[in-house]
Ligand binder design. Structure first.
Ligand code: NAG
Ligand code: NAG
Ligand code: NAG
Ligand code: NAG
Length: 501
């Protein structure tokens, strides 16, 4: 059910074992073989004219980033403009949000919603258990939920509020918003990355019945609650026609499934009656883990980041500062390049035999050894399970995070992001010197530890990158001068793979 598809280009399989970092000629030949000669010529001329007449020469800023477009992509760029201007395309105004809140929890949690809520742009409400005495002007507008005391609730370890929260979709529907395509439900400690959410939903036909979200990361949760439901804290997106069906039977489901724990589980049970399965989108994150979410965020799947949850139950995502400050920093990076946020790229510095992994807007890891791509994409396990604080199992693979400094990467965390010129950013990552456990004293680590800053250049990801869904972007070391390692991110060339030498 995953939306991620493997992209295979058969004629290029031959080249799999060639690193095109080393063999540009192979790249060029395969390029010509694809019959794009004329486009290439046109692009070269345009490029030449641009280089000749632009006084801001792109090479100084990021030598490789401007080479992004494989020279043959003019046609697709045109496509990009048409799809952006398409008035039929789903935009933010087509979504109604329903946030499950309560008067007591709002005081502590409102900052999470305020991080993403756009006044007068995002539509919807926070749903409260009672009328608040005062309401912050910075918060989304609220509604008070209907009384639910007549519903059955027989679960022994949950809270009755699950009924009220489950009915948010119904009460939102009854408000009769016009021109709605999707209802999106979340908790008061959910952070949505709204542009990415809109972009992902716009790929689906809102006239069909869709129930979209993600599972719990902790298998124990999926076993107890269900694999077949979208977890509410990660966010639940339901298309209008499906909500139309759902609201007809929701109150009945609430009574029929009175023994279930949560609101999201009740909605999931109702979906079983309608017969619409969950569509998994890998960017929704319930974040049912304990401890440090670092490993998860440093190896995000190749999919847009849509939500994060539970951040006040976890170690702050950056080592300096509290949960909210470090989240604000991530959101600050997100605003510079929403689509690239947490997208992981990796490469090898071949002369120094380093493996380098970038999770854009968050962290850079350097290993003074060559790791396989399979290892690099696997999250370091810096956390335990949600319910029992166990070491396993999770709904994804993990690799151990050793306590021994010589078995860990050297980690750099986001410092800041600059827009160096329209469409281009440079993000800076620095070591956190208060890191516990000490530094590795092996000679191979010394040059890594000597780095002050990692400086990552990239073009903002555009619609076209988005359409090339399913392939991780490539990266390469551009320079290493005076304690600054500079890395460039770009779209991979045709047939380019990350294969260790
Ligand atoms: C794109 O064009 C530039 C300049 O003409 C050329 O140097 C480069 O090799 C081309 N890249 C590809 C992938 O063909
Ligand atoms: C969203 O799309 C509608 C058409 O369905 C259009 O009228 C509206 O202007 C668009 N809004 C934004 C914010 O782009
Ligand atoms: C939102 O709309 C209201 C009413 O139209 C207006 O008074 C207010 O200034 C707007 N707020 C923002 C942030 O645009
Ligand atoms: C980052 O790298 C670029 C390219 O090498 C360089 O021009 C720039 O000065 C670097 N920035 C910093 C702050 O080191």
């Amino acid at each position: 059910m995953s939306q991620i598809t493997e992209t295979t280009h058969d004629p290029l399989k031959l080249w799999k074992n060639f690193s095109s970092l080393q063999d540009k000629n192979v790249d060029l030949i395969s390029f010509f073989m694809k019959g794009a000669l004329s486009l290439s010529l046109l692009a070269s001329i345009i490029f030449f004219l641009y280089s000749a007449y632009s006084n801001q020469t792109p090479w100084l800023i990021c030598p490789i980033c401007d080479n992004n477009n494989n020279n043959g992509s003019e046609a697709r760029i045109v496509h990009h403009h048409t799809s952006v201007d398409n008035p039929e395309k789903t935009n933010i105004s087509h979504i109604v949000f329903g946030i499950g809140g309560s008067v007591i929890s709002w005081q502590d949690r409102r900052h999470y919603s305020e991080l993403w809520w756009k006044k007068n742009i995002t539509r919807g409400f926070v749903w409260l258990d009672e009328k608040p005495d005062t309401w912050p002007a910075t918060s989304p507008p609220y509604q008070v939920s209907e009384d639910t005391s007549s519903f059955k609730f027989t679960n022994t370890y949950g809270s009755r509020s699950a009924i009220r929260i489950a009915r948010i979709v119904l009460e939102s529907f009854k408000l009769g918003f016009d021109n709605v395509r999707w209802f999106v439900l979340g908790d008061d400690d959910t952070v949505f990355f709204v542009e990415n959410l809109v972009e992902v939903l716009s790929r689906y036909d809102h006239n069909q019945m869709y129930y979209i979200g993600g599972n719990s990361e902790s298998i124990e949760q999926d076993v107890i609650h269900s694999y077949d439901m979208a977890y509410g804290g990660g966010g639940i997106a339901i298309s209008y026609p499906l909500v139309e069906q759902l609201v007809k039977l929701l109150d009945g489901c609430i009574n029929r499934y009175a023994d279930l724990y949560g609101s999201d589980e009740r909605i999931g049970a109702c979906m079983a009656e309608i017969g619409v399965p969950l569509t998994h989108e890998l960017g929704f994150h319930q974040v049912d883990i304990r401890g440090d979410p670092y490993g998860l965020l440093a190896a995000h799947p190749v999919a847009p980041l849509i939500s994060l949850h539970h951040l006040d139950s976890l170690k702050p995502i950056l080592p300096a500062g509290n949960s909210l400050d470090s989240l604000r920093k991530l959101v600050g990076a997100y605003k510079m390049d929403p689509r690239r946020t947490l997208q992981q790229s990796f490469c090898y510095a071949l002369d120094s035999k380093w493996s380098i992994s970038v999770s854009w807007g968050y962290t850079v890891q350097i290993y003074p050894v060559l790791l396989t791509a399979k290892e690099l994409r696997t999250p370091l396990q810096t956390f335990s399970t949600w319910r029992t604080w166990s070491d396993w199992p999770f709904s994804f693979n993990t690799r151990p995070m050793s306590a021994e400094p010589c078995e860990r990467p050297v980690i750099f965390y986001l410092d800041h992001v600059d827009e160096v010129r329209p469409g281009k950013t440079r993000s800076f990552y620095k070591r956190y010197l208060g890191e516990t456990g000490g530094d590795c004293e092996l000679a191979t680590y010394a040059p890594v530890l000597a780095l002050q800053t990692v400086n990552v250049s990239s073009s903002k990801m555009d619609q076209e990158d988005w359409n090339l869904e399913g392939q991780r972007q490539c990266s390469e070391v551009v320079s290493q001068v005076d304690g600054v390692l500079q890395i460039g991110l770009r779209r991979c060339r045709s047939g380019e793979t990350l294969t260790p030498p």
